[in-house]
Write a protein that binds this ligand. Structure first.
Ligand code: GLC
Length: 534
């Protein structure tokens, strides 16, 4: 059964507007470009779009460095364009989720400029975290920025300010009530304009504790926080991540309880989704208690190995943890910060099979632009990179530009129909086959698979919703479960075809390859997911 509240089982599509579609030829995507592509998204079958930040910003961190959260950056358009986009999305039956960045402002925000122009101890400085350095001239503590290098930068009069990310992103001091009041204004501004919800950036980061205390091993923690740091064992990683003085502190929950009241005071089921990296994952349920946020991104599948047991364990754990607080699960395969799924798993087939698996699970799904096209990461020369994570790590961390390359819309057009100007990141010259128009109507392509699976999520009574899943024992390397009424889901995560006994009578959808169904036995190709109808 479908959920009564739209967001609980929605398919939400992430638009990274800078790379989506450029309507005015300046080489950067914009809001009019998103409006142009809404019919494509409607046809794809998504329920909502989440737009990464389009607010005023010097763009040092792809717009996550906001200098005016209640205005649109001219590169993207105007507030009127934002209103036109929200209205047009609504007209097409698509909800609109905005991104909100509460952990930090841009150093170009008027508050930070005022803080720099004001004396030590002033209330202008108390909106951020300014501190004296240590007597030996080093920063107030040994914390590192997530992007590398120290988390502190010194200003002219000798004080230091805290920035968990780039030095252009000073962290806000949420103990100052002015910060809360200002964010309330921002929430209301966008809610009044018609947004249906917010994605909350670094939702686990706003409250800091023990700000003057050194960490025992800051370099180890920095490595543990890296998404691509796969050499560290799970246990060692968990040790580093379990108790960090700047993440997942009790104070963040006070903020979200206030925000929930604001969201609830508006009509139309407004929602919120937390980007909160918490350890162990069971702590995530605390963010989606009844009086806090609505959803939390479940990032298990952003990093998961292509291993049936590991995937089954992750699904069971997630569903059990969230059930305790009555929140729906979410499933995320990629986003603007991580490797594209087909590159991470090393094959298009595995990417498609994983997508179909998550599309069959209870709760909501998030799809990152280009995921539906099966886009891989782009190979970029270092000279093209723009991500501060690349620069702050001295080039050790290649950063996130590889998954932010502009979308190929048309195989035969200049810059694949993304822009008539020079794209802000170069697009690979061999992406013709990924272009949306080249894939249209190709039953073997990724785009058609996403379309069909999203259509079935709407039409099939067992898909979407939050109903139970019933596991069936199956051969090693495979997953087998049912969702009622009448749907049977099978995954072969091994490199060879497997025979599985099934009760389903008809193949509804296959992620790739050609399964055979004879007398209750399914021969399922390698790295494939199949949906069967009983
Ligand atoms: C979040 C965003 C990321 C950004 C960071 C700092 O993790 O997803 O893109 O760099 O916050 O705002």
């Amino acid at each position: 059964m479908k959920s009564e509240l739209w967001w609980r089982d929605a398919a939400i599509y992430q638009v990274y507007p800078r790379s989506f579609r450029d309507s005015n030829g300046d080489g950067e995507g914009d809001l009019q470009g998103v409006i142009e592509k809404l019919p494509y998204l409607q046809e794809l079958g998504i329920d909502a779009i989440w737009l990464s930040p389009f607010y005023k910003s010097p763009n040092k961190d792809g717009g996550y460095d906001v200098s005016d959260p209640r205005d649109v950056d001219p590169r993207f358009g105007t507030v009127l364009d934002a209103k036109a986009l929200i209205d047009e999305a609504h007209r097409l039956g698509i909800k609109f989720i905005a991104d909100i960045v509460p952990n930090h402002f841009s150093a170009d925000h008027i508050w930070f400029k005022a803080a720099l122009a004001s004396p030590q101890g002033s209330h202008e400085r108390s909106r951020f975290h300014f501190r004296e350095g240590k007597p030996d001239g080093t920063p107030p503590n040994n914390w590192n920025s997530i992007f590398g290098g120290p988390a502190w930068t010194q200003v002219e009069d000798g004080q230091w300010y805290l920035h968990l990310f780039d030095s252009s992103q000073p962290d806000l001091n949420w103990e100052n009530p002015e910060v809360m009041a200002d964010f309330e204004k921002t929430l209301r501004f966008w809610l009044d304009l018609g947004v249906d919800g917010f994605r909350i950036d670094v939702a686990h980061g706003c409250a800091k504790e023990e700000i003057l205390v050194d960490l025992p091993d800051p370099a180890g923690l920095t490595n543990a926080l890296r998404l691509d740091y796969l050499d560290m064992s799970k246990e060692v990683r968990a040790g580093y991540l379990s108790n960090i003085p700047f993440f997942d502190r009790e104070g963040v929950h006070e903020i979200y309880r206030e925000w929930r009241k604001i969201l609830d005071s508006y009509s139309g089921d407004r929602m919120s989704v937390a980007e909160a990296w918490v350890y162990p994952s069971s702590r995530g349920a605390r963010y989606v208690r009844q009086d806090e946020l609505h959803q939390i991104f479940n990032f298990d599948f952003l990093m998961i190995e292509w291993d049936a047991q590991v995937m089954a364990d992750a699904i069971k754990k997630t569903l059990a943890e969230l059930k305790e607080v009555g929140a729906p699960a979410t499933w995320v395969l990629c986003n603007h910060d991580s490797s594209r799924v087909v590159s991470r798993l090393g094959s298009a087939e595995k990417g498609r099979a994983l997508a179909m698996l998550t599309h069959s699970l209870p709760g909501g799904i998030y799809i990152y632009q280009g995921e539906e096209l099966g886009l891989p990461n782009a190979d970029l020369p270092d000279s093209a990179r723009q991500d501060p994570a690349f620069f702050r790590s001295g080039g050790k961390d290649k950063g996130r530009d590889m998954c932010r390359v502009p979308i190929p819309w048309e195989a035969a057009s200049e810059n694949y129909g993304y822009s008539t100007g020079k794209p802000w990141l170069p697009q690979p010259t061999d992406w013709q086959r990924y272009a949306a128009d080249a894939q249209k109507g190709d039953p073997a392509g990724s785009l058609e698979l996403y379309r069909k699976s999203l259509a079935l999520r709407h039409s099939h009574p067992a898909l979407g919703g939050e109903g139970e899943i019933t596991w069936i024992d199956s051969a090693p390397g495979t997953l087998h479960f049912t969702r009622e009424p009448g749907l049977e889901v099978l995954v072969n995560a091994t490199p060879a075809p497997v025979e599985i006994k099934v009760s389903g009578k008809e193949i509804l959808l296959t992620s790739s390859g050609e399964p055979e169904l004879n007398d209750g036995v399914l021969i399922i190709p390698a790295d494939t997911t199949v949906w069967l109808q009983r």
